[in-house]
Design a protein around this ligand. Structure first.
Ligand SMILES: CC(C)(C)c1cccc(C(=O)NCC2(NC(=O)c3cccc4nocc34)CCCC2)c1
Length: 246
């Protein structure tokens, strides 16, 4: 997978993506990352990437020419392939795990991050194949959304997560919230670790963890639970949890 990000803040994108799982994936060559700065494609004296909005109103709008030239350079930079151009925007489709799973099948994603009040609509209509949104909050630019897309998709690419982590990834894929996690000390000023985790009864530990994950999902995110088809065992564990809670 190769990510091309179009952004006015390349250091922000390279900086954040350079850490942890994504940083290692880039180092190992499992993931490629290029950032294209529209300001490099603004050829007037002041390197103008934004301008006042037609129709008046506050703020500035990103001009389409520098964005278009940056995207075209990105397209020219790697063998012509299924490069999908995505504009990260509040008007986009909600970014969900299924959307990212689907996107991870592409070899290439060109992610365009807006700033100011947004970009000239003609760029979105003529150049972008899709619009994706992080969710409904006012943020200052699309870079954080691009970084989340890069992180979440990178984790889905074979070889990026170690075996242990990818097993955990599979557990996350069951659509439930995480169970509680504990590590040393066993006992301390913040309380004790649940006994079941201290013994070696792996069946009981697996059962306890599943019950906690089900119970927490039921309590905190019933909307997630509604989407799931629980196994008979999961049903029984959730019933047990609910009887203990009420
Ligand atoms: C949704 C709602 C809160 C009602 C709203 C309505 C109108 C504007 C804004 C807003 O935040 N505009 C500012 C910008 N926002 C985003 O780019 C952006 C915002 C949210 C999720 C995203 N996912 O990717 C990029 C995203 C647009 C141009 C530069 C930053 C937000």
């Amino acid at each position: 997978m190769h990510f091309d990000v179009v952004s006015l803040f390349p250091d922000m994108v390279f900086g954040a993506a350079g850490y942890g799982v994504t940083g290692k994936a880039i180092e190992k060559g499992l993931v490629g990352l290029s950032v294209w700065n529209p300001r490099d494609y603004a050829h007037d004296r002041h390197k103008t990437v934004d301008d006042r909005p037609y129709g008046g109103g506050p703020g500035m709008v990103m001009k389409y020419q520098p964005l278009l030239d940056a995207v075209n350079d990105a397209k020219r930079s790697l063998p012509a392939d299924d490069a999908k151009v995505v504009y990260l925007s509040p008007q986009g489709r909600l970014i969900t795990q299924p959307l990212l799973q689907e996107a991870s099948l592409s070899r290439r994603l060109i992610l365009v991050a807006g700033r100011y009040e947004g970009v000239d609509e003609r760029f979105i209509e003529s150049v972008c194949d899709d619009e994706w949104s992080l969710g409904d909050y006012v943020i200052s630019g699309g870079e954080l959304a691009a970084l989340i897309v890069i992180d979440a998709i990178s984790r889905l690419i074979p070889g990026v997560l170690g075996d242990e982590e990818s097993a955990k990834q599979d557990s996350h894929a069951d659509g439930l919230l995480d169970c509680p996690h504990y590590t040393r000390p066993e006992r301390g000023e913040l309380g004790d670790v649940p006994e079941v985790l201290l013994g070696g009864n792996h069946a009981a530990i697996r059962r306890w963890r599943m019950k906690q994950a089900l119970g927490r999902t039921w309590l905190r995110r019933p909307d997630l639970l509604e989407k799931l088809k629980l196994t008979a065992e999961q049903d029984a564990l959730l019933k047990e949890f609910r009887n203990e809670v009420v």
